[in-house]
Design a protein around this ligand. Structure first.
Ligand code: 5RP
Length: 257
């Protein structure tokens, strides 16, 4: 791995622990002003100091993030369809030049394995990796799940492995039963997406299990910013990811107001 790529990746996945707490706030790129992110600036500002990295679109970086913040940015560079359309119909929407201009530490896009446009999203990933490697930019592949797709280790293992084979430098996927099998079959770091909002204790349990089973951290959104205590929640997640805190101790951290 080149210096630039390694250096950028270590701004996201912290070398001290080999883990990352990414805060995913890109949901608006297809969902619009979703619950908790209507005013992204207001939601994200108090969370910044506890996030290693933001997963975010360029429009929201420009309008809503303080450029003096030292949080790393992983830029979502794919998009196209809204929740009203065929979700797999994505293309690359943001150039590498823009990622460099915004001082991004990485770029990310979704692949839709098993969906209508799976082949196009995989080809897009290949093209993005080709271009990104020219500039030492790590690529995150997001294994999006189509409406009809399952979330089992077989499906997510297939999607993560394909992403790595095409050249993604790290992969984001959902937690599932036998998650360790997904991690085992994927030679690059796997970070866990949180998925729909669930009770805080369950989200912390899921995080702890993912870490035990080999995840390199989280790229979590709704279970943090839709919590009744987002700052407590991100601190609790952080304690599990970076310090190996128990679910009990992490829940105590979340409960502090
Ligand atoms: C959507 C995404 C989101 O960033 C991802 O789903 C993580 O957020 P959450 O924890 O809310 O699921 O990539 O395609």
């Amino acid at each position: 791995m080149d210096f630039g790529l390694k250096n950028r990746l270590s701004r996201i996945i912290k070398p001290r622990t080999g883990k990352t707490v990414m805060l995913a706030v890109d949901h608006g790129y297809f969902q619009g002003p979703t619950t908790g992110l209507r005013d992204l600036k207001k939601t994200v500002s108090p969370l910044l100091s506890n996030a290693d990295c933001l997963f975010i679109t360029r429009g929201m970086v420009r309008t809503s993030i303080d450029p003096r913040s030292d949080v790393a940015v992983c830029l979502r560079v794919s998009g196209g369809p809204s929740i009203l359309g065929e979700l797999s119909n994505e293309d690359i929407t943001t150039s590498m030049e823009e990622a460099l201009r915004l001082n991004a530490a990485g770029v990310g896009m979704s692949i839709f394995v098993g969906s209508k446009n799976e082949d196009r999203t995989i080809a897009n990933l290949g093209r993005l990796v080709n271009e990104a490697e020219r500039y030492g930019m790590p690529v995150l592949a997001v294994t999006a799940v189509g409406k009809e797709m399952g979330r089992d280790a077989r499906y997510l293992g297939l999607a993560c492995r394909m992403a790595a084979e095409i050249g993604a430098h790290f992969v984001k996927t959902y937690y599932c039963k036998d998650f360790y099998k997904v991690v085992e079959g994927c030679p690059v770091p796997v970070v866990m997406a949180g998925g729909k909002k669930i009770p805080e204790r369950e989200a912390l349990e899921m995080t702890a299990n993912a870490i035990k089973e080999g995840a390199s951290g989280v790229d979590m959104g709704r279970n943090i910013f839709q919590s009744d205590n987002p700052v407590g929640m991100i601190r609790a997640v952080r304690a599990i990811v970076h310090k190996g805190a128990s679910v009990h101790d992490a829940f105590e951290i979340y409960s502090k107001r």
